[in-house]
Design a protein. Structure first.
Length: 244
């Protein structure tokens, strides 16, 4: 390796033997390669899989306003390198339909973390909670496998209560609330038993279910403003988990 731009006069060399020794020592280090600059740290690029139904894709909102994309934006603002989320979700899906679609996608890659939100359409179609339990458990195990078999990297969100929205006019709102609570109790119990995270967002949907700012045009699905609340809770847990 050549030393460039090193200019020292003869007078300076004679007047400072210590300086000469220092220059020689530095030159030896540079030419012999015994001195190395510290290698730059490369940040890990994290990946995110979001699986669910209309609440995951963000029915009637711009894709960047759904909760998976808002979560990614929040993580990036905290200097967490993460790619755009991979989303497997469709409006109207029940647990068995989501499972079938996952099999069809035949994903082989693993992800840094996975979110799972599913069950409202099971409740809407009048399916029993016991049926949901078995199918949800299968989905949870699938999510864990996609998270490199690390259950702590799986984040389950509770099921929103659509019964409080204007769309539910004419329906038995009290009955819907009780059934949603039963589904969420099962969902939470299974998630925690398998050491996954459980994020409660149902109460927020109940508080904002009559506020048009938190709903899209169909008066049923959340707007980006509601999804921002979910994203904040999810991002906070993801960051904490990455620090462990």
């Amino acid at each position: 390796m050549r030393i460039r731009h090193l200019r020292i006069t003869a007078l300076q060399l004679r007047s400072s033997s210590k300086f000469v020794k220092s220059i020689i020592f530095t030159a030896l280090l540079l030419t012999t390669g015994s001195y190395n600059l510290p290698a730059q740290k490369h940040k890990t690029m994290h990946t995110y899989l979001a699986i669910g139904d209309s609440y995951t894709i963000g029915e009637q909102v711009h894709i960047h306003n759904n909760f998976p994309y808002q979560t990614v934006d929040l993580l990036r603002k905290q200097h967490v390198e993460v790619s755009d989320p991979v989303i497997i979700a469709t409006t109207g899906w029940t647990t068995d339909e989501l499972a079938a679609s996952i099999r069809e996608h035949n994903l082989t890659e693993k992800f840094s973390f996975v979110s799972l939100l599913i069950g409202v359409n099971n409740q809407y179609r009048g399916r029993p909670v016991e049926n949901y339990k078995g199918e949800f458990l299968q989905l949870l195990n699938t999510a864990i496998s996609y998270a490199n078999d690390i259950p702590e990297k799986v984040f389950v969100l509770s099921i929103p209560d659509w019964g409080v929205t204007p769309f539910a006019h004419g329906h038995d709102r009290h009955k819907i609330a009780l059934e949603i609570d039963a589904y969420n109790a099962a969902c939470k119990e299974i998630a925690l038993a398998h050491h996954c995270h459980f994020i409660e967002i149902t109460q927020s949907t109940r508080e904002h279910g009559q506020d048009n700012d938190y709903l899209v045009a169909d008066h049923l699905h959340p707007s980006g403003k509601e999804y921002a609340i979910w994203a904040e809770r999810l991002a906070k847990l993801v960051i904490a988990e990455f620090k462990n």
